[in-house]
Write a protein that binds this ligand. Structure first.
Ligand SMILES: C[S@@+](CC[C@H](N)C(=O)[O-])C[C@H]1O[C@@H](n2cnc3c(N)ncnc32)[C@H](O)[C@@H]1O
Length: 253
């Protein structure tokens, strides 16, 4: 898909998702933030960049542990939510920019830590974005990605199809081997994993699927119970549910 077409899809999806996304994730992210901040090695002297920061959920938590955080996101409605969140928390060490992850509008080596969460599965050129994240990180600084992952090409194809029914701005959930290749050449590479449990009804009520996508998504999740082709641990307890498999990978430049 052309980069411009993808940007339009992102703006369309995330302008509509801005409020529901921030509400859904604000509730139960505490442990996830703790793990991300520890793995990314954030310290009180760090200048941090959060790429594709969305409504600032991660950036605001990181700001409590860092010197300053800059959040950049393509979607103005997300940056608006981020500013509101910062204000409600009374944080002063954050700045927000509406802008693209590729290229990043910063000089080489501008940040001590560069992080991003739940964004790589929306990029058309993950290698290019990662190169940009590394460029703006200083030598000896740390670059961290947290995102959904897959294990094999077959699983990736099935998972990408599933998510594209729910959110047409989903491009590709990287396989662990693809992430490994991104971090090749970096040192002290850390890997952490967690599962993000969702009820399908809740998730769909906050999503903007393609025509027919709601039914196709629900059927595919249900068909994967006891099968495991999608790698999402689908089950039916108090309604249909599954877990997004998430990896945090972090390396020193
Ligand atoms: C699923 S949200 C994640 C938000 C946030 N990182 C979090 O974890 O809460 C994905 C975000 O990526 C942003 N995004 C997607 N492509 C982008 C790009 N090329 N440049 C900047 N932001 C982008 C979207 O606008 C959206 O806010």
């Amino acid at each position: 898909m052309a980069a411009d077409e993808q940007r339009q899809l992102i703006l369309d999806q995330f302008t509509r998702q801005a409020k529901p996304f921030s509400e859904m994730h604000a509730r139960d992210d505490f442990e996830i933030h703790r793990l991300l901040i520890a793995t990314a090695g954030i310290t009180p002297v760090d200048e941090v960049l959060d790429v594709a920061c969305g409504p600032g959920l991660v950036a605001c938590e990181v700001a409590k542990a860092a010197k300053h955080v800059t959040g950049i996101d393509l979607t103005p409605a997300m940056i608006e939510q981020a500013g509101k969140r910062q204000q409600s928390l009374g944080l002063v060490n954050l700045s927000w920019i509406v802008g693209d992850a590729q290229p990043l509008p910063f000089a080489e080596g501008s940040f001590d830590k560069v992080i991003t969460r739940y964004s790589f599965h929306h990029f058309t050129d993950p290698n290019g974005v990662f190169a940009e994240m590394k460029r703006v990180c200083r030598t000896g600084g740390r670059v961290t990605i947290a995102d959904v992952f897959t294990n094999t090409p077959e699983q990736a194809a099935a998972y990408d199809r599933l998510e594209q029914w729910r959110d047409p701005s989903h491009t590709h959930a990287l396989q662990l081997t693809e992430l490994e290749a991104l971090f090749a050449g970096m040192t002290d590479v850390r890997w952490e994993f967690y599962k993000y449990l969702v009820k399908v009804d809740d998730l769909l009520s906050r999503s903007f699927p393609v025509c027919g996508g709601t039914e196709a998504f629900r059927e595919a999740v249900a068909a994967d119970i006891g099968v495991g082709k999608l790698g999402i641990g689908a089950s039916r307890e108090d309604g249909l549910r599954f877990s997004f498999p998430v990896v945090i990978v972090s390396g020193i430049k």
